[in-house]
Design a protein. Sequence first.
Length: 252
Amino acid sequence: MNGVGASGDELTAAAVQAELAALADPADAVHLQRFFKTGPGEYGEGDEFIGIRVPQTRKAVKRFAGMPLSEIDLLLDSPVHEHRLAGLVILNGEMARASSKRGADVARQQEIVELYSAAVLRGRVNNWDLVDASAEFVFGPWFLDRPRDRLFEFAAADSLWQRRVALLTTFAFIKQGDTATTLELCERLLDDRRDLIQKAVGWMLREIGKRVDPAILTGFLDAHAADMGRTALSYATEHLTADRRAAYRAQR
């Protein structure tokens, strides 16, 4: 399996799983299960790992470009975390090709977006690395110049992962200088004190200050610092001067 690309007969979920099985490390699986909080009551409770690091997974799936969406969906329904990550990485590539500047394939884009949305809703994009590796790359290109109602629907859900998907999608907008949706979602999610939402809120605010305009970040902080959780505020103020960080944190 060392060719530059897989043949049509090999573009299957089973072929990806076999490729990954050859890389699996049971000792690393134990470490990853701890790292991704798979214990009882933790955010990744019950998730299964076979012990493959992200760079290995990304390298392994390069040859599966062009995989049918139905086969990607099978990967997303696997109980194995690395299989789901592999499916998302492949899906990112399909979305990138469908979004080519030489001519976007809107029908294909929509198929990919609906597949991804369905996977999120049925709980298959269910850890922070899976969200962060996919939301901006699948939803981002689609919603960049379209109504963003679905993101607000996700943010209104109780699901930790739907909310994080909504926020992380906006990273694609921030990179284009568009901060409005990020700011509105951050404001709506200020009261969610779950650690992975706190970190996402602070991270996206920090990126606005770093990539777009520090004044937009400080304007948000002027209005909301007193209501922000400690983690979100810490992340958001990371690149400010020590004096400004201390001033905002003192407002809590």
